[in-house]
Design a protein around this ligand. Structure first.
Ligand code: ADQ
Length: 483
């Protein structure tokens, strides 16, 4: 353990574990994913811990299982226990019926129930209480995402002094939209209780600072570059943009493995002489899946040379299925896929191959590797990791990335992706046709530069940069992040 550096306490809504129930028995296993991969070495090296909800409302039973899971992970896992009502009002309610749609500019989907706000504050207090119990004064507490914007305030209300940082994984909305939030002043002042606030892009940071400027005009911004400072009373709050990324080398290595190559070869047999256009998303209305299907239909209507020469592979990972809105979205996607296939299918060619399930890692990497075109068209996205994963897996550099202007990833990839407005059906259809016809040299040049940009700023860069911004005494040499 490195004694010179502060211990890291990671806090997120969900613990990085998967719970498996076999009969009456629960088993807990450490999870995977980019954030866990990147933070785990830091947590092990500094003797850190991770705090979060374990995903069940049967607290005591699960808590007992954390010991073995912690030993396996190499750092300790501390669960927060939430009741079924809290899960409904804090998680499904405030977090996912208010903040999620509002921060993705979809305020018409918000359900501003006052009781959600009370549950949100109470849940944030519960997370803070666990952090207060298990952290030490010298620790650095790194809180993740929109579920926990009031946690630093709750810690202070308990009289707990810690250095804290917050990273928002989703976008921060423009002023006009943020102002619709009934609890806008509390959310903003709660965020300012953190010592460092990190956003995905400069655009998010600009939006945040313009809200601060409007609602708290007395606060002054100091400094320039990647991290600026706000003087809040006696305190100094740092504000920066830190685009999250992936473990590039790990994806590239995985894509190059024999297992993935065999799987890609096997899958590719289904698409003889055709270009595969890939879409991979969680089921969510922010991901623009129906809009993408309209655009694909438009492309098939206007460009007959695509017929029997392309397949859209649409992978939708089940998510938040308990919510009626998500079930309605699923029904809409099912209907559109049926309509397009019903209309355009020919003997030996079904235009859309649709999976509604989570793929194994081998299958996911195989699809990334074999697809000639990735169609990533969220209506709004904090970053979007799928587009970065796709590029990392294109080892032969022969793929084309079509990317929404409204994904955070555009700030780094705008030069070499084909940019589209996901609401513009004809524009997206034109980009599909352009990608289909793009020659090999141009594909290679673009993909080569995309991969270089992603490799240079991978998930390890992100963790190090955030921690440096939080802990460095002097920010003078902090380079700006491109936008
Ligand atoms: P998400 O909205 O979940 O994340 P994204 O960044 O695209 O969106 O990450 C999805 C992840 O799920 C990817 O790592 C992908 O590999 C995985 N995945 C997708 N489909 C899968 C499948 N079929 N099978 C298995 N795994 C699959 C939120 C924000 C984003 C932000 C991230 C990280 O909404 O904007 O980029 O956090 O900060």
């Amino acid at each position: 353990m490195n004694q010179d550096q502060p211990r890291l306490v990671a806090v997120s809504n969900r613990l990085p574990v998967s719970l498996v129930r076999e009969g009456d028995q629960w088993t807990v296993r450490p999870g995977s994913g980019g954030l866990v991969t990147a933070l785990a070495p830091v947590l092990r090296n500094r003797g850190g811990l991770w705090i979060g909800w374990c995903g069940a409302t049967e607290g005591a039973e699960i808590e007992a299982l954390m010991g073995p899971a912690s030993r396996e992970a190499g750092y300790s896992l501390h669960p927060v226990t939430l009741t079924a009502d809290e899960v409904r009002d804090f998680y499904y309610g405030f977090s996912n019926e208010i903040i999620w749609p509002l921060f993705h500019d979809l305020q018409v989907r918000c359900n501003f129930q006052p009781r959600y706000w009370h549950a949100y504050q109470e849940a944030n207090r519960k997370f803070a209480a666990v952090a207060a119990d298990f952290s030490r004064p010298s620790d650095f507490i790194w809180v993740h995402d929109y579920h926990l914007m009031q946690m630093a305030r709750a810690l202070k209300a308990m009289g707990i002094q810690r250095r804290t940082g917050f990273f928002l994984h989703i976008p921060f909305p423009p002023l006009d939209i943020f102002l619709k939030l009934p609890w806008r002043a509390e959310i903003l002042s709660g965020l300012l209780e953190y010592d460092l606030i990190g956003f995905q892009t400069q655009r998010d940071r600009r939006n945040f600072l313009s809200c601060v400027h409007h609602l708290m005009p007395q606060l002054r911004v100091r400094g320039r570059g990647g991290v600026v400072r706000l003087a809040v009373g006696e305190r100094e709050v740092r504000v920066g943009a830190f685009p999250i990324s992936i473990d590039f080398d790990e994806f590239a290595r995985g894509a190059g493995s024999q297992e993935v190559a065999d799987c890609a070869w096997f899958l590719h047999e289904r698409f003889p002489e055709r270009q595969v256009i890939l879409g991979v998303d969680r089921l969510d209305y922010t991901k623009g899946i129906p809009e993408r299907l309209f655009a694909f239909r438009n492309a098939l209507e206007r460009f007959p040379d695509l017929h029997e020469r392309v397949n859209l592979v649409l992978v939708v990972v089940p998510s938040r299925e308990e919510a009626p809105e998500y079930r309605a979205l699923k029904a809409e996607i099912d209907r559109l896929v049926g309509e397009v296939n019903g209309r355009f299918t020919r003997s030996g060619w079904v235009p859309i191959h649709y999976y509604y399930r989570s793929l194994s890692r081998t299958e996911l990497l195989a699809y990334y590797r074999l697809s000639e075109i990735a169609l990533v068209t969220p209506l709004k996205d904090g970053m979007n990791l799928v587009c970065k994963e796709y590029c990392a897996c294109k080892l032969e550099e022969d793929g084309v990335l079509i990317l929404s202007e409204f994904a955070g990833a555009v700030s780094q990839l705008h030069r070499d992706a084909l940019l589209v407005n996901p609401y513009d059906m004809e524009g997206v259809a034109n980009a599909i046709h352009q990608a289909f016809r793009m020659d090999t040299d141009e594909r290679r040049q673009r993909m080569h530069r995309l991969r270089a940009a992603i490799r240079r700023r991978d998930i390890y860069w992100w963790v190090n940069t955030f921690l440096r911004a939080a802990l460095a005494k002097d920010l003078a040499d902090f380079p700006p992040v491109e936008d």
